[in-house]
Structure formats: structure tokens, C-alpha cells
Design a protein around this ligand. Structure first.
Ligand SMILES: [Zn+2]
Length: 228
């Protein structure tokens, strides 16, 4: 796996389907750097950091979560610096932390075989809540580049955060444009709301969790097709 440069301030380690690993993205400021999503496990986070070190990029001081799903968050215990999440995302993380600490990881492993592949060795499942919680919107000034985290309604989960780097006209959507993982449906009203939100923000490039970066028009087209 190699680190790809997307624009002036942005790099990312590409997604992998086998272990359901999402893109792990990186924004470099003059004062500090930020990651988007923590990773599926400590191993996933560690591979990302190795690539950053190879490029002499400073490790992220802050990691922002797009939503609570394990493949984006269960590497949180291995991140450098602090994690930022919206209140709902943090609530889900706390629920899973309690569940796994109480009953062990079997219920988690039962969700999907990609999880069993990710944790195939004897890697421990450790869930950690965020260090910083927000609701609505928050702007982080990294020095020379600003990052805006925006809570948004979306068909995938009810805890989506969109992350916009206006200087690079790039938005990170996590899995927001996808169907609800557990219910298997993509509600049309939520697709419309999300499409409106994206249009209002006005990015040129959309980075989804498990896809290559594309023009916003492509993302909007896919979002508005195949709804339930
Ligand atoms: Zn997801």
C-alpha cells in the first residue's frame, strides 16, 4: 500500500476491500496535521503511520471520525494525539466499548467476515471513546489550511460527520452516501438531504470511505440513484 497525494494539503492511504479498510486521509497544516478516520484496528492505523513517516510527514495531532462504524474507529486506541467525534458517534462508541468489555468480541466478530479477517491473528478488540466531542459544526485551523467538521443527515447512519477542506475544495464523506449497513436500505429522503448539504458546501472533489476520490457530480449521481 502506498500513500497518495491528492492536493496541496491532502494525502491518503487507499481503501482495501478484503478487510473492509476505508481510506485513511491526512491534512497537513503549518501548525498541526489532522487525520480523517482512525482505522479498523491498531494494525491498520500503524500501517498508515508508517507511510506518513516514510514521507517525513508529522503524525496527526487530531483524528476526526466520519461515523462510528468499527472499520473507521476501532483503531482509535492506537492513534497519535486526540480524537474528535460528534456526540452521537461517541455515544455509539461508548455502547460498543461497554458491550465488548462485558461480553467479549463475539458479537462484533459476527457482524461480517471482513472483521474476522482484520482481527484474524490474536489482535485484541479495544474500543475507546473520543477525546473531544462536538455538535453541529466545528472549524479547526491547522495553520495555512482550515478543516470544517459538519454533522449531517445521511442514509448510512444517523451520526455522519462530513469533513470539508475548503482550501483544497475537497470533502470527506465517510460512508454517508451508502445504504444503511444493518437495514440494507438507502432512504430517498435522506439521500436528498445529504445531496442538498453537499451542494450547499460546494466541494469539487468527494472522498468516500471505500472508493477513490471523484468529482462531486459523480458522487451526487450515485447518491441519487439506487435509493429505496
Ligand atoms: Zn460505515
Amino acid at each position: 500500500m502506498e500513500l497518495k497525494r491528492l492536493s496541496e494539503h491532502i494525502w491518503y492511504m487507499p481503501f482495501e476491500t478484503e478487510r473492509d479498510r476505508p481510506n485513511l486521509c491526512y491534512v497537513k497544516g503549518n501548525n498541526f496535521s489532522l487525520a480523517i478516520d482512525a482505522g479498523h484496528s491498531a494494525a491498520h492505523t500503524g500501517e498508515f503511520y508508517t507511510l506518513l513517516k516514510n514521507e517525513n510527514l508529522p503524525l496527526p495531532a487530531v483524528t476526526v471520525l466520519t461515523h462510528w462504524h468499527w472499520d473507521h474507529t476501532f483503531g482509535m486506541h492506537a492513534v497519535n494525539g486526540l480524537c474528535l467525534a460528534n456526540e452521537k458517534t461517541n455515544k455509539y462508541l461508548l455502547e460498543w466499548k461497554e458491550k465488548i468489555e462485558k461480553n467479549g468480541p463475539d458479537e462484533f466478530f459476527a457482524i461480517h467476515e471482513s472483521i474476522r479477517r482484520e482481527y484474524g491473528g490474536d489482535a485484541k478488540v479495544i474500543v475507546k471513546p473520543a477525546d473531544m466531542i462536538f455538535t453541529g459544526e466545528i472549524i479547526l485551523d491547522l495553520g495555512g489550511v482550515k478543516v470544517k467538521a459538519i454533522e449531517a443527515e445521511a442514509p448510512h447512519t444517523d451520526d455522519s460527520t462530513l469533513i470539508y477542506v475548503e482550501d483544497d475544495k475537497t470533502i470527506f464523506l465517510g460512508d454517508a452516501t451508502c445504504e444503511d449497513f444493518f437495514a440494507g436500505i438507502k432512504r430517498a429522503d435522506l439521500c436528498e438531504k445529504l445531496a442538498d448539504t453537499i451542494k450547499k458546501i460546494g466541494p469539487e472533489i468527494c472522498v468516500e470511505g471505500h472508493w477513490t476520490p471523484v468529482d462531486t457530480q459523480d458522487t451526487l449521481h450515485d447518491l441519487m440513484n439506487g435509493q429505496d
